[in-house]
Design a protein around this ligand. Structure first.
Ligand code: HDE
Length: 756
């Protein structure tokens, strides 16, 4: 028996025996009541940590390894103590003058407990407050070694990483599947110091200069008077900003596309956005853009589904990431680079590489894989790790340098500065999740939350009292040396270069690269978001912007808004599409896809069993849905029900199967007679909740299958058996076989009405 099992049994036994445990009183002392249910408190060895509970390997700022043990403290010892280590006999009752008397101020445990609780919250991130994270490893292919001397990109190198995904606009408790950009921030704990790649799932940004960041965020955040809407861009201030600052047009178009509502963090691309400068062992430099390519492909929700999920499971993305890792379906991305010659102009094929509203199409500069990221361990404690992790674009290692992108410059200030408010002082690098794995030997001293105990008396250089230590490294002993880039003679100005003024050709390229169904989604998104604005002037200005991208796009959105289409103020740019931008038309692995199997006591339970096994075999997740919870008896044994008609909703599933006649879940959902009583004689063919499940799955382009009488449920849901992506067969096995092929395409795209 495992220790976990033993402990669970013990709790169950104690609950049954209903007896008093030792914590109910100090033996021999009167006045302590026995609660009716007691916990087991007999001291015992702590349970071994779960596989995912070892903290990060850390090195203290003085270079001493601290290991996970120092970071892990509560829940690991036999006795409950105060923060000072004094053992406690009771943590449920305040110290009182008699059981009905006043609480005494001298209760130091009460005061310590409530004081600590009062300060449990820290300010949430001003942007990217809502996030989820995981530990993992980065395995370098060594293919970048010719362009960078960064050790973690060298051959045969494995580097521990921590990755945090986030939404941008919403507060910490907001929903996951809102239309927004997603953060994709990676901390590489390299042997040469920590490298942070603080990217997004969209390769461009709203603005070209960091000085506008407070403005764009003020515009995107809820309105300051009523503080609504939460985590939405569908409101006046956002659209006011992005239509007045037309450099935002490209990013906004990505947000309005399917990229704004990812299916899963595991199915998003990531981008470093800015152009960085790599330097190799010979000192040669290369300009570079970073990409993360998900092994599972890039997939999205459909808008109605995204909206439903925000109510049904606001933690959808967070849960998906944690579940996949716990199940051993480790998400993977390849890190890849686009490289460009480091010329004085810093342009490539006419594209300004310093303008963060530009991409370089993959067709012009191939995306070359340089390593593999695998996320394989969930954090043990959300606050300690996911909340306290502090990323910074200035956390660089030798071999990776910055460029003069003005957006990047402001970030280099902001990410340090914000931690002082958020993490309470300048020593946040000492928090376990932020500790470098390379030895640290700085001369930074004191400050709030100093947890290191520095030795020596001379934290300055040069010194003679500490033997001259620490010494400075040189380029040949691993020092981070900035590339000595020549700065041309210039006049101080507050201006953007002329090349930053093309705001429309790149969004047009994106639009032209989309498949018809993706364009339809973009039109729908603009129509929805602008339809939520109140100001006519903002809608009209948005139509002017759309007219600069494409007349069809402008006309369709205008029609949806009930406004006349705008005339373009200049002809649309002449650009080639980049097919790599489309998410449709390729086949991807289906690992971790969730298959709902609807059945009931009268269903084909042996068929369900066979299909479950086949689904698991294919690396996907089968979930049996039945009228009520518990188990169903099949000839070959019991079948566990994972979802009931009350808890299942289509959004959780990538495909839905109906195994036989699923039957009714509850009288409450059946037909009623004139007096409102259940009318046993006129039951509908299918439970309305199953009908809803199927009709939603159908509308959202998901694969659907049925056999052994399950067709009746399809009919009751208005799902035509001969529609694309609907498979009706003789047995579960044959239906699943055809369905598996459909899942590789993510959706049954033909089902979306285009141009209708
Ligand atoms: Fe950020 N950004 N940002 N950002 N950003 C923050 O730092 C900022 C930008 C990104 O999971 C903050 O620690 C400025 C681009 C991610 O902890 C803050 C500008 C990109 C995260 C900040 C930008 C990003 C942040 C808030 C304009 C993609 C979450 C909390 C120049 C390349 C990291 C914090 C995490 C977080 C500032 C623009 C990505 C305020 C000034 C472009 C993924 O410092």
């Amino acid at each position: 028996t495992s220790p976990h099992k033993r402990s669970a049994d013990k709790i169950a036994n104690t609950l049954q025996s209903n007896g008093a445990g030792p914590q109910d009183g100090i033996p021999g002392k009167p006045g302590f009541k026995s609660p009716s249910v007691s916990e087991p408190t007999e001291p015992q060895e702590p349970l071994p940590p779960k596989a995912d509970q070892t903290g990060p390997d850390t090195v203290s700022p003085t270079g001493q390894p601290t290991g996970a043990d120092q970071a892990r403290m509560a829940q690991s010892g036999a006795y409950l103590t105060t923060a000072q280590g004094a053992r406690l006999y009771d943590t449920d009752h305040s110290l009182k003058a008699g059981p009905r008397g006043p609480v005494l101020l001298q209760d130091h445990h009460l005061r310590e407990k409530v004081m600590h609780f009062d300060h449990e919250r820290i300010p949430e991130r001003v942007v990217h407050a809502r996030g989820a994270a995981a530990h993992g490893v980065f395995q370098s292919y060594g293919t970048a070694a010719s362009v960078t001397k960064a050790a973690f990109l060298g051959p045969d190198t494995e580097t521990p990483v921590f990755v945090r995904f986030s939404t941008v606009l919403g507060s910490r408790g907001s929903a996951d599947t809102v239309r927004d950009t997603r953060g994709f921030a990676t901390k590489f704990y390299t042997s040469e110091g920590t490298f942070d790649l603080v990217g997004n799932n969209i390769p461009v940004f709203f603005i070209q200069d960091a000085i506008k960041f407070p403005d764009v965020i003020h515009a995107g955040k809820p309105h300051p008077d009523r503080e609504i809407p939460q985590a939405q861009s569908a409101h006046d201030t956002f659209w006011d900003f992005v239509t007045l600052h037309t450099e935002a047009t490209h990013h906004t178009m990505w947000n309005m596309s399917d990229r704004g509502i990812p299916r899963s963090f595991r199915m998003m691309e990531g981008f470093g956005v800015h152009t960085f400068r790599l330097v190799n062992a010979d000192g040669a430099t290369t300009l570079v853009k970073f990409h993360w390519k998900p092994k599972l492909g890039v997939h999205s929700l459909v808008w109605e589904e995204a909206q439903l999920i925000n109510g049904i499971d606001p933690d959808f993305h967070r849960r998906d990431l944690a579940d996949a890792i716990e199940a051993g379906a480790y998400p993977q991305w390849e890190l890849a680079i686009q490289t460009f010659p480091d010329t004085p102009e810093q342009t490539f094929e006419g594209i300004d590489l310093l303008d963060p509203t530009n991409i370089v199409p993959e067709e012009l500069a191939p995306v070359q894989p340089v390593g593999l990221l695998t996320l394989n361990r969930n954090p043990s404690n959300f606050f300690a790790e996911t909340e306290q992790v502090a990323f910074h674009v200035g956390h660089l290692v030798p071999g990776i340098d910055i460029t003069d992108d003005p957006l990047l410059a402001g970030r280099l200030f902001s990410y340090l500065d914000t931690q002082i408010t958020r993490l309470g002082g300048p020593n946040f690098a000492q928090i376990p999740i932020n500790r470098p794995h390379a030895p640290v030997n700085d001369m930074l001293r004191d400050g709030m939350h100093q947890t290191a105990v520095p030795r020596g008396v001379a934290p300055y250089r040069p010194n003679s009292l500490d033997g001259g230590c620490p010494f400075q490294a040189g380029a040949d002993t691993g020092a981070y040396v900035e590339v000595p880039v020549r700065i041309p003679e210039a006049t101080k100005v507050r201006e953007a270069p002329e090349s930053f003024s093309d705001h429309f050709s790149q969004p047009r390229r994106f639009w032209l690269s989309m498949s018809p169904v993706e364009r339809e989604h973009i039109i729908g998104a603009y129509t929805f978001e602008l339809g939520k604005c109140y100001e006519q002037a903002i809608k009209e200005r948005a139509l002017l912007v759309l007219a600069r991208i494409d007349s069809e796009l402008c006309e369709q959105v205008a029609a949806g808004l009930g406004l006349p289409a705008a005339d373009p103020t200049a002809p649309p740019a002449d650009v080639e599409p980049s097919p790599a931008l489309s998410q449709v038309g390729r086949t991807w692995p289906t690992d971790g896809r969730v298959i709902g199997i609807v059945t009931g006591p009268e269903g084909d339970l042996d068929g369900v069993r066979t299909v479950r096994e086949a689904v698991l075999e294919a690396g996907m997740v089968p979930l049996v849905i039945a009228p009520t919870g518990g188990t169903l008896s099949a000839a070959q044994g019991e079948l566990t029900v994972q979802r009931t008609y009350a808890t299942a909703r289509s959004v959780e599933f990538d495909a839905v199967l109906v195994a036989g006649n699923p039957g009714m879940g509850s009288d409450a959902y059946g037909a009623r007679d004139a007096k409102g009583k259940p009318a046993a004689t006129s039951q509908p063919a299918s439970d309305p909740r199953v009908a809803l499940l199927l009709s939603e799955a159908f509308r959202h382009g998901k694969a659907i299958g049925a056999w052994s009488g399950g067709e009746g449920a399809l009919e009751a849901a208005g799902v035509p058996a001969d529609a694309p992506g609907v498979v009706v067969g003789d047995s579960g096995a044959t239906v699943l076989e055809q369905l598996a092929g459909l899942l590789g395409a993510h959706r049954v795209w033909e089902r979306f009405t285009v141009g209708g």
